[in-house]
Design a protein. Structure first.
Length: 322
């Protein structure tokens, strides 16, 4: 009977932890994405070569959108983004924690203690993408529109139109493969990079990068500036690796809104055409500069706010010194 009571207690505690992690992740995602929403809009316009902005740079595009559509234009598609990002970030962080826990329980990583973070990060990111991908399609379509040239009048209308007119569920998952591969290359290095940099900061520069919450004998945590820097570098590193696949994903998602839609049916076709027509720098890495501008505050805000919400909910922050 005592064992049964302990088992039930463990189950309740585990369930409570999962729920709290889910909510903390979702809230962190909202904070992070809202911070960089204008840069997300500009990135989409540049990646897919919108006819109004394809010859402009980042700053010129921001100015052009502001003049043509007002400041609110920089947040176009952000409603769909918020609907998507809460479940996406919640699932990503929650499954990341679960995958990491399972990996550390079943396998020994004594020589590579941060490897579970790399694997769990990739798996968590791919799980979140698979579940929430249709919302990303809708958000991208809404963000790609410019004033006076609307195909969709809102989230629900976009979902119905894409599903009805473009091939059902398959249309809502167009571009899923480069997205899944790109997420594996982005989320894994992102979590791995943050965890590795965190350990380096706490082990080598505890006086500069660390702080304690319970006196000198308490656990060491990263200071907020250290979190921001670690998150920023981790995000920039991961984005550089995964960005070309992000470009391919967007071109496939937005193909129906372009005059040469038939060219972008598969990941291989899209990659080949982008390389042939625009090359590496102006094709596969077009818009990367704006991505760096958005990645540093976004990833920093994501990791920092996630740890903050975990602390508020009474969960371990994962920032303790070893």
């Amino acid at each position: 009977k005592q064992k049964l009571e302990m088992s039930e207690k463990d189950v309740r505690k585990s369930t409570e932890t999962i729920v709290k992690t889910f909510v903390a992740g979702g809230l962190a995602g909202i904070c992070a994405k809202t911070t960089v929403a204008p840069f997300d809009r500009v990135k989409i316009l540049l990646q897919a070569h919108n006819q109004h902005y394809k010859h402009l740079g980042v700053l010129s595009t921001i100015k052009g959108v502001s003049v043509k559509e007002g400041l609110v234009g920089l947040y176009k598609g952000n409603g769909a983004q918020m609907v998507r990002i809460f479940p996406y970030a919640a699932i990503q962080f929650m499954t990341y924690e679960q995958y990491k826990k399972i990996l550390k329980e079943r396998y020994k990583f004594t020589k590579r203690p941060h490897l579970p973070n790399l694997i769990a990060g990739s798996c968590g990111g791919m799980t979140a993408v698979l579940i929430t991908y249709p919302l990303d399609i809708i958000r991208a379509r809404l963000a790609f529109q410019v004033t006076g040239e609307h195909m969709y009048v809102g989230i629900i209308h976009a979902a119905k139109t894409i599903f009805t007119c473009e091939g059902g569920l398959r249309a809502l998952y167009k571009g899923i493969w480069p997205t899944m591969l790109g997420m594996a290359l982005y989320a894994g290095p992102s979590f791995y990079g943050f965890d590795t940099l965190k350990s380096i900061c706490l082990e080598r520069f505890p006086e500069t990068c660390g702080t304690t919450t319970a006196g000198h004998n308490g656990p060491i945590h990263l200071t907020v500036p250290a979190k921001v820097l670690c998150g920023g570098f981790a995000g920039a590193f991961a984005q550089t690796i995964a960005y070309p696949l992000d470009v391919v994903r967007r071109r496939m998602q937005l193909a129906i809104m372009l005059p040469d839609a038939h060219k972008f049916r598969t990941m291989h076709e899209t990659l080949t055409i982008v390389l042939k027509e625009h090359g590496i720098r102006r094709g596969l890495y077009r818009g990367l500069s704006v991505n760096y501008i958005r990645v540093i505050p976004m990833v920093s805000m994501s990791f920092t706010s996630y740890e903050l919400f975990k602390q508020i909910f009474g969960l371990e922050t994962g920032l303790e010194g070893s």
